[in-house]
Design a protein around this ligand. Structure first.
Ligand SMILES: NC(=O)c1ccc[n+]([C@@H]2O[C@H](COP(=O)([O-])OP(=O)(O)OC[C@H]3O[C@@H](n4cnc5c(N)ncnc54)[C@H](OP(=O)(O)O)[C@@H]3O)[C@@H](O)[C@H]2O)c1
Length: 260
């Protein structure tokens, strides 16, 4: 039986990873910035990767770290804090989640960095993991349906829904990503693992239109051309993984489930 620390174990992905690790019979330690009650087999610890508070205690005695924490200010520094503490505590295997295409979205100018800097940030975070000196695995996943839903519901507040023209996505259900994470947690360190993406790759507008249909909203769509090298690469499929369409659940099925 292993002790698995799950950073971000309260988040969209980490919550499902924690469930699976626990079901596999391993002990779970969930890190959060906020206190939560512990239950049998699932210990909750308080810590903040932005300040380092509680992190030395959180990594003590763990065999594996499933790193699912992320924040808008960037995961690179959070991850550096985590791996520094982990190295002091021993040699846990770190399994970290990144994004499909992290190394395929070019950052040539301000527009690239402003709109798509997330991809560069995830690539820099991967490097922190790879250079940590810990045994490591990185799993790149495409956008979770939950994220597309959040974007769609925000855009649909306006009577005219703007879309980035031609940008191609291949979103995936988060449980498929959690299944793959859980498998990697039990396996030997694998380096860069095969990508995980959903069943359909399409323009952003296709997903938005399906969302509007499923929610019964009538909106005009306004495709906006996006300049820059990053947008060009994304339109050409840089953040999709057609040969790794391992998620079975479709966007339409996800939306149907959400409405019941
Ligand atoms: N969402 C996507 O579409 C997508 C796609 C590919 C990859 N990813 C990657 O998957 C990971 C998880 O994404 P998600 O959507 O599940 O995130 P999420 O739902 O926003 O959850 C973020 C988690 O990070 C934790 N966290 C944030 N700042 C922290 C800090 N300073 N110290 C400790 N914990 C902190 C939060 O815990 P508390 O609030 O409880 O402290 C929360 O559990 C991220 O690395 C993200 O880049 C996401």
């Amino acid at each position: 039986m292993a002790l698995v620390l799950i950073t971000g174990g309260t988040g969209t992905l980490g919550r499902h990873v924690a469930e699976r690790v626990s079901r596999n019979g391993d002990d779970v330690r969930v890190l959060s910035r906020h206190p939560h009650p512990s239950e049998p087999g699932v210990q909750h610890v308080v810590g903040d990767l932005a300040t380092g508070r509680g992190i030395a205690e959180a990594v003590t005695g763990v065999d594996v770290i499933a790193h699912c924490a992320g924040g808008p200010k960037g995961d690179e520094d959070l991850t550096r804090t985590l791996v520094t503490a982990a190295r002091r505590a021993g040699e846990p295997h770190i399994v970290s989640v990144s994004v499909v295409g992290a190394d395929r979205v070019p950052m040539r100018g301000r527009i690239d960095r402003t709109l798509f800097g997330y991809f560069a940030m995830k690539l820099a975070t991967e490097r922190v993991v790879q250079q940590s000196g810990l045994p490591w695995t990185v799993l790149r996943a495409s956008q979770f349906f939950e994220l597309i839903e959040t974007v769609a519901s925000t855009l649909a507040k306006s009577p005219v829904v703007p879309t980035f023209r031609g940008l191609k996505f291949q979103p995936v259900d988060v449980e498929t990503v959690a299944d793959h994470m859980a498998g990697l947690i039990r396996a030997e360190p694998a380096g860069l693992a095969p990508d995980v993406a959903g069943p359909d790759a399409a323009d952003m507008a296709v997903f938005l239109r399906e969302y509007l249909r499923a929610t019964g909203k009538r909106r005009a769509m306004l495709p906006i051309p996006v300049p820059g090298a990053a947008a060009h690469a994304i339109a050409a499929g840089a953040i999709t993984a057609p040969d790794r369409a391992v998620g079975r659940k479709t966007w339409a099925e996800f939306l149907r489930e959400r409405r019941h």
